[in-house]
Ligand binder design. Structure first.
Ligand code: UDP
Ligand code: MG
Length: 309
C-alpha cells in the first residue's frame, strides 16, 4: 500500500502567496508519486481571500483539505490543528510563503526512510534579509534560553520539518494552551536530523512578525520551558542580605570609632530604590508564571473551528 504524506500549512493572510505555493508543492508531489499526498491548509482567521483560494483549490483537487478558524489564534494553534487533522504516516509542516523550499522534501523523506530517523528538521544558516538588530536579539535569546533550560533550542531552526506519525502523536499529546512549538518539538525527543539551508525570502505578502511580537514570543518560550527565572528572587535576596550584613558591621564600627550615626541619607534613598526595583522585578517574573498558570487552568480550547473539509 502507498504511504501517505500530509503537508500541513498554517495560513494567515496569504492570498498572494498561496497560489504560488500550491503550484510549487503540486510539482513536487507529481515528482514523488510513490507517495500518496494530502495538503492540509489551516486558515488562521485571515482577513483577506485566503479561505476562498483554499476552497477553490479543494474543488479542483481532492487531496486538499482545510480547517478554518473562527478568528486568528496564532501560528502555534494553527500548527496544532493541522497536525491533528493530518492523516499521513508522514507529516511535514510548511509555511505558505515558500520560505521553506519544497525542493527539500525529497531529501527529507528519503533521509527518514533510509537512515532511520524519526524526523528531519531544517535550520537556516544565514539570516539574510533580516534587520541586523533582530538577528542580534535572536542570537542573545538562543544563548540565554540554552543556558537556563534543559530543553535544547537550535539557533535558526525553522518549523519546517518532516516527522513520522509516532512523533506527531507525541506532539499532539502536549495539549498546553501556551504553545511554544520550537520547544515542544525538542521536548518530545526522538531521533532528529538537521538539514541546513540558506535563508530564502518570502515570495509574496509580508511577514506577520514585528520586533515587538518576537520579543513577547521569546518571553513565552522562556516561561514555557524553564522555571530558572523563578530562582532569581532567591539569588537577589541572598546577595542583598550578604551586602546588608557587611554594611551593618561597617556602620557599627564607624559609629563606635567616629560617632554621628545620622549622616548618609542620599545613600539610603539609593539603596531603598535599588531594593524596591529588584523586588518589583522579581514579582514581575512571578506574575509571568502565575499568568501562564491561570491561563492553563482555564482549560480553554487551543482553537475553534468555523468550517472544515
Ligand atoms: N501564520 C499563521 N498565523 C499567524 C501568523 C502567521 O498561521 O497568526 C502563518 C503564516 O501564514 C505563514 C507562517 O505562519 O504561513 C509563517 O509566518 P511568517 O512568514 O509571517 O513568519 P516568518 O517566516 O517571517 O517567521
Ligand atoms: Mg515566512
Amino acid at each position: 500500500m502507498q504511504e501517505k504524506l500530509s503537508v500541513v500549512v498554517p495560513c494567515y493572510n496569504e492570498q498572494e502567496a498561496l497560489p504560488i505555493f500550491y503550484e510549487e508543492i503540486a510539482k513536487v508531489a507529481a515528482s514523488m508519486n510513490e507517495l500518496e499526498w494530502e495538503f492540509v491548509f489551516v486558515n488562521d482567521g485571515s482577513k483577506d481571500n485566503t479561505l476562498d483560494i483554499v476552497q477553490t483549490l479543494r474543488k479542483h483537487d481532492n487531496r486538499v483539505h482545510y480547517i478554518s478558524f473562527s478568528r486568528n489564534f496564532g501560528k502555534e494553534a494553527a500548527i496544532y490543528a493541522g497536525l491533528k487533522k493530518a492523516k499521513g504516516e508522514y507529516v511535514v509542516l510548511m509555511d505558505a510563503d515558500l520560505q521553506d523550499p519544497p525542493s527539500l522534501l525529497g531529501e527529507m523523506y528519503y533521509t527518514i526512510r533510509k537512515e532511520g530517523y524519526d524526523c528531519v528538521a531544517t535550520r537556516r544558516v544565514t539570516r539574510e534579509g533580516e534587520p541586523l538588530i533582530r538577528s542580534f536579539f535572536a542570537k542573545c535569546f538562543y544563548h540565554l534560553i540554552n543556558q537556563i533550560s534543559k530543553t535544547e533550542f537550535v539557533d535558526g531552526a525553522r518549523d519546517f520539518r518532516l516527522m513520522k506519525r509516532q512523533m506527531v502523536d507525541a506532539i499532539l499529546e502536549l495539549t498546553e494552551y501556551n504553545r511554544f512549538t520550537k520547544g515542544i518539538f525538542s521536548w518530545v525527543g526522538f531521533k532528529v536530523k538537521w538539514l541546513e539551508y540558506v535563508n530564502v525570502q518570502r515570495v509574496a505578502g509580508e511577514t506577520k512578525w514585528s520586533f515587538w511580537k518576537l520579543l513577547l514570543y521569546s518571553f513565552e518560550g522562556i516561561v514555557a520551558f524553564t522555571t530558572a527565572p523563578l530562582a532569581l528572587a532567591s539569588v537577589f535576596g541572598f546577595v542583598f542580605c550578604f551586602i546588608a550584613l557587611l554594611l551593618i558591621i561597617l556602620i557599627i564600627l564607624r559609629t563606635i570609632l567616629f560617632g554621628d550615626p545620622t549622616t548618609g541619607w542620599p545613600s539610603l534613598v539609593c539603596i531603598i530604590s535599588l531594593i524596591g526595583g529588584v523586588q518589583l522585578f522579581c514579582i514581575g517574573i512571578l506574575g509571568q508564571y502565575l499568568a501562564r498558570t491561570y491561563l492553563e487552568t482555564k482549560n480553554r480550547p487551543i482553537f475553534i473551528v468555523k468550517e472544515e473539509e
